[in-house]
Design a protein around this ligand. Structure first.
Ligand code: XIL
Length: 333
């Protein structure tokens, strides 16, 4: 029986060892800033370094420097690495879709995709255990797939092609479709139907990356539990890939100087209930990754409202454990 969550030396990943990996996204230049906390995680995700604009700046140029630094740090500290992300509509270099003179055809784009996926996955074949092969591909509206440059260039089969190239590049890596808001509403049905159809067609896919950008108010935890119940009946794996719990409603324009005690407690409750669900469905969950390390830096400081300080993580701005941290530790003690 583990009963040591309040001991300073106890690390979050160790408490969850045997259930699923505990990860954090971090940019390679922030590794020193979080040196005191990274011991809590046994998996790292590059917050930006593997995105196409950084890793593939020109058609014939790959720049692996930043991604290599993160991967080497992970190796030195015995941590796993999730690959994020190969094919996305955001953070692409200009040469792919904005070079008018290049006038790439659809088959050029297939070759570009194959080369992009193949080169990156090959470089990290022994160091990255799972990949977000495609990111945010499902439409928020009525259509199945989001309207993106990749879809316009290749057609709806771009997702299947990307997954096939990924499996070819590294048959050992786990391959995910990573998306947000798939836990509830119509997007949830769409997600389940889509992955089922891919599997029926024999497309190589291991499961869903669930981003997990939540708020202390939303979505209802019961919806999340329902989604896991449905997933557990399919033959799919799940990784929670970008977890954070914002203190604000989505487009709330107020800017707080700090969160209230009530908000901090709501956040504790939300995290605790989430981790109860994750424990319950541990058989299908391989890893739970937070999108950041501590509240002194989070992408939510500028999204979806610019310059709105947020506090969505388990450690506060001074790197101290928040009530949410203690609560999720207690669940496994
Ligand atoms: C975000 C990063 O955190 C920011 O630093 C960057 O400026 C924009 O992208 N969904 C994703 C992530 O899949 O890649 C995004 O990361 C956050 C939303």
């Amino acid at each position: 029986m583990k009963n040591a969550f309040n001991r300073k030396e106890e690390k979050l990943w160790k408490l969850y060892d045997g259930l699923f990996k505990i990860g954090a996204a971090v940019d390679e230049d922030k590794l020193p800033q979080y040196d005191d906390l990274l011991d809590n995680f046994n998996s790292l995700s590059p917050e930006n370094q593997m995105k196409p604009c950084i890793i593939h700046p020109e058609k014939d140029v790959f720049d692996f420097a930043a991604a290599d630094s993160l991967v080497n740090y992970a190796k030195e500290h015995s941590k796993a690495v999730r690959g994020h992300t190969l094919i996305w509509h955001n953070q692409n270099p200009d040469w792919i879709f904005n070079d008018k003179e290049a006038a790439y055809t659809s088959s050029d784009y297939v070759k570009i995709m194959e080369n992009h996926i193949g080169t990156i996955m090959d470089r990290y074949r022994d160091s990255v255990f799972s990949w977000d092969v495609v990111n945010e591909i499902l439409s928020d509206g009525n259509e199945l797939l989001r309207d993106t440059n990749w879809k316009n260039a290749i057609g709806d089969t771009y997702v299947e092609k990307a997954l096939c190239f990924a499996r070819e590049a590294n048959p050992k890596a786990e391959l995910f479709i990573n998306d947000y808001n798939i836990e509830y509403g119509e997007k949830s049905d769409k997600a389940i139907e889509y992955i089922t159809s891919l599997k029926n067609k024999g497309v190589p896919i291991d499961g869903f990356g669930i981003q997990g950008h939540y708020r202390i108010y939303f979505p209802p935890l019961e919806e999340i539990r329902n989604f896991f119940r449905k997933l557990s009946k399919l033959d799919v794996k799940v990784q929670i890939t970008e977890l954070d719990v914002s203190m604000y409603r989505y487009e709330d324009n107020t800017r707080l100087a700090e969160p209230s005690i009530i908000m901090i407690d709501k956040q504790r409750y939300y995290y605790e209930e989430l981790f109860k669900i994750y424990k319950e469905y541990r058989d299908i969950i391989g890893s739970v990754t937070f999108w950041g390390v501590a509240d002194d830096y989070t992408w939510l400081d500028d999204f979806p409202v610019e310059n709105r300080k947020d506090w969505p993580l388990l450690f506060d701005v001074n790197h101290k454990r928040k009530p949410a941290f203690d609560s999720i530790c207690k669940l496994v003690c």
